[in-house]
Design a protein around this ligand. Structure first.
Ligand code: NI
Length: 190
């Protein structure tokens, strides 16, 4: 199982590389890694497992963060409804690509964090409010999906990892807490 010891931190050169496209048919190694990345997120959100293994809670992770420079990511957002066992949004995306996006931008009210960054970084991270993403799943099926809200933001953060981009690259260094013109903050007034 993946633990925090497997996750590389900022400063590691792999986090600044462009990840390689994944070849099909998928190798057993890639399939196993994909499942382990998703399982890490699920474990990290389980209070007992997270405490036992000292996992930081995460909602997304990309293969470069475990030092595998491949275009593979996992996202796991649990349901806001505590009665529900079904996740709100759970995906493994291989070779994901944003094919179109809204002009309108959004951001999280408290900025972003990252499993590869062990410090708090203040500042708004502008993201596209809506994206259309194409990707291939573990069964080799192609998908084209329109996302908005938190899933859209998390997928953009993880796709950034496949391109060697860290979330803080997108914060205005002059004025991290100034909201860019025309941006709306997720969770306010929708
Ligand atoms: Ni990250």
């Amino acid at each position: 199982m993946i633990t925090m010891n497997d996750i590389i931190r900022e400063g590691h050169p792999t986090l600044r590389k462009i990840a390689e496209k994944v070849d099909f048919p998928l190798s057993e190694d890639i399939k196993q890694l994909a499942n382990e990345l998703l399982q890490f997120l699920i474990n990290s959100q389980d209070p007992e497992i997270a405490e036992e293994y000292e996992l930081r809670a995460g909602v997304g992770i990309a293969a470069p963060q475990v030092n595998v420079s491949s275009q593979l990511l996992a996202v796991y957002l649990s349901s806001a409804d505590e009665e529900s066992d079904e996740p709100e949004f759970s995906r493994i995306m291989i070779n994901p690509r944003i094919v179109s996006h809204s002009v309108q931008q959004t951001c999280l009210p408290d900025g972003e964090g990252c499993l590869s960054v062990d410090r708090e970084i203040e500042g708004f991270v502008p993201r596209h409010k809506r994206i259309t993403v194409e990707y291939v799943d573990l069964d080799g099926e192609k998908h084209k999906e329109r996302l908005r809200g938190l899933p859209a933001i998390v997928v953009q953060h993880e796709i950034d990892h496949l391109n060697g981009v860290m979330f803080y690259d997108r914060i205005d260094p002059e004025n991290p807490l100034a909201l860019p013109d025309g941006i709306d903050v997720l969770g306010s007034g929708e």
